[in-house]
Write a protein that binds this ligand. Structure first.
Ligand SMILES: CC(C)(COP(=O)(O)OP(=O)(O)OC[C@H]1O[C@@H](n2cnc3c(N)ncnc32)[C@H](O)[C@@H]1OP(=O)(O)O)[C@@H](O)C(=O)NCCC(=O)NCCS
Length: 220
């Protein structure tokens, strides 16, 4: 379902459950050798989705290794994003010529645990959620949007972004969101010469027990 949120410049692959027949690459397996089996599975399946999405883009690639902040290391000229939650794994990739950054996220569609909303939101987001259309766990959609924001933000800036530094507004009818990015000046904040984005536009979908969000920032 993630492809519904993505433009034609981006290819994607997803799976429900895990890739039982897939051949994990030794270099990728080594990265999760010490992890619990469920973590190993999601990591390998996410990589398998990434390779399928890359091959749809015309790229055959070897192992997708991991950077120091856990970010996937894509082949030269490629940007992308990986997500997994219980029962769903997905990856989306694009060419830097067309796409500046991608962030995707999948979550189970249920309410956040008590107390979590306050720590991932600002007052105006909570006020909106309090009067938002019924039938959707908007707290979870907000959380997912912020995870997508971070995954799109980090590869561009290589810096942190607090949950209170992206202010999200949803359009429930269009199933879109707009995020104002307001990183506080701190040592890890992006260098302004990097031309860090000041806003992201994203899309969301709530279906089959999942919340999916995606941000694709075009190159131009
Ligand atoms: C990194 C993070 C966003 C991952 O989200 P998640 O919902 O926990 O997990 P998901 O399964 O959806 O995504 C995990 C994938 O994100 C990707 N990822 C991890 N760190 C990343 C980073 N720094 N930049 C880009 N992608 C990253 C990886 O591909 C990872 O999967 P893998 O380890 O199997 O390769 C989250 O753990 C995190 O650190 N959040 C804190 C920062 C944040 O969200 N700030 C809010 C900004 S508004």
């Amino acid at each position: 379902v993630i492809e519904e949120l993505l433009p034609s410049s981006v290819t994607s692959a997803s799976m429900t459950g895990d890739d039982a027949n897939g051949e994990p690459l030794a270099e990728e397996l080594a990265l999760v050798a010490a992890a619990v089996p469920s973590r190993r599975q999601e990591f390998i399946s996410g990589r398998s989705c990434a390779r399928r999405a890359l091959s749809e883009l015309g790229e055959n690639c070897g192992p997708i290794l991991r950077g120091p902040q856990r970010e996937p290391l894509w082949p030269r000229g490629i940007v992308g994003s990986i997500t997994h939650c219980r029962g769903y794994r997905a990856a989306a990739v694009g060419r830097m010529m067309q796409v500046r950054t991608i962030g995707i996220d999948a979550e189970l569609h249920d309410a956040l645990p008590a107390g979590v909303l306050k720590s991932i939101s600002v007052g105006q987001e909570r006020d909106w959620i309090a009067s938002a259309p019924a039938g959707v766990h908007w707290d979870r959609v907000l959380f997912s949007a912020k995870e997508s924001i971070y995954k799109a933000w980090f590869p561009l800036t290589r810096s942190a972004l607090g949950f209170d530094e992206a202010i999200v507004r949803f359009d429930p009818l269009r199933r879109t969101f707009h995020a104002e990015l307001r990183p506080a000046p701190h040592p890890l904040a992006p260098d302004p010469t990097q031309c860090a984005p000041t806003a992201f536009d994203g899309r969301f979908l709530v279906r089959d027990g999942l919340v999916l969000t995606a941000i694709v920032l075009p190159a131009h």
